[in-house]
Design a protein around this ligand. Structure first.
Ligand SMILES: [Zn+2]
Length: 244
């Protein structure tokens, strides 16, 4: 079975059609990640409507700079929904946060939401841009299962993340940047997940969940194993981490 553990299904033009084609292509799990309360509601709605879809709800670091902190309380009310399998996407993004105040605000949102994940017994889906070290340091303080999505390194931080027991989801970016070969190489197969971050565009086209097959092929090459083995292991990993 194919699994796409990090995307934004609500952001495509016709989510229902994408789910239907995903099923035809052998996708058995899509985890659609929210960016704020409004999109969290849409994620839950899609997860309730489609058997292969589950929701991650949370406030993205970009929105942490835009919405009131009370939105975290609104998101919390969704965490007991049985279709919600993670808190996400949360994290730090220093492309958007440039001043110490903005960085502190993102950290505050990140830590509060990690706290909620612990309270509700959920894993976190983590976004990290230009902030890999602080993201790892904050996660290390909490005992919470985590998936680091689209994490590009440096390798030292990847290795530290592996030591801390985190998972890493890889998407179509691995097919475009040679540097991912080294990252995939140091993450053991039992910690690797597949994602697309749909609707992010690669090669001028919006990603689709079944593109994870090509990602799995790349991982199979790096790990010198079969694509079927990678698909089977990543499927098991997703079921273990998200308890689906
Ligand atoms: Zn995302």
């Amino acid at each position: 079975m194919l699994s796409d553990v990090h995307d934004h299904l609500y952001a495509v033009e016709d989510p229902d059609a994408v789910v239907a084609e995903s099923k035809e292509q052998g996708v058995g799990l899509i985890i659609t990640n929210a960016e704020n309360y409004e999109t969290a509601l849409r994620c839950v709605e899609l997860a309730e409507k489609h058997d292969i879809v589950r929701a991650a709800v949370g406030i993205h670091p970009e929105y942490a700079l835009q919405v009131p902190e009370s939105e975290i309380d609104q998101v919390e009310r969704l965490l007991s929904n049985e279709r919600v399998v993670a808190v996400g996407e949360i994290g730090l993004d220093y492309k958007f946060a440039t001043t110490p105040e903005e960085k502190d605000r993102q950290k505050d949102f990140f830590q509060k939401q990690i706290g909620l994940a612990r309270e509700y017994g959920l894993p976190v889906e983590v976004h990290s841009r230009r902030a890999h070290r602080p993201v790892i340091e904050i996660l290390a303080e909490y005992d919470v299962p985590a998936n680091l999505h689209w994490f590009s390194g440096p390798l030292k931080d990847v290795i530290r993340g592996v030591e801390l027991g985190f998972y890493f989801s890889f998407g179509p970016a691995v097919l475009h940047y040679e540097s991912y070969r080294a990252v995939v190489d140091v993450v053991p197969l039992d910690r690797i997940l597949l994602e697309t971050d749909m609707p992010v565009r690669f090669g001028g086209k919006e990603a689709r969940p079944w593109w994870v097959r090509d990602v799995a092929q790349f991982i199979a090459d790096v790990k010198k194993t079969s694509v079927d083995n990678v698909l089977q292991r990543t499927w098991q990993n997703a079921r273990r981490l998200f308890r689906v």
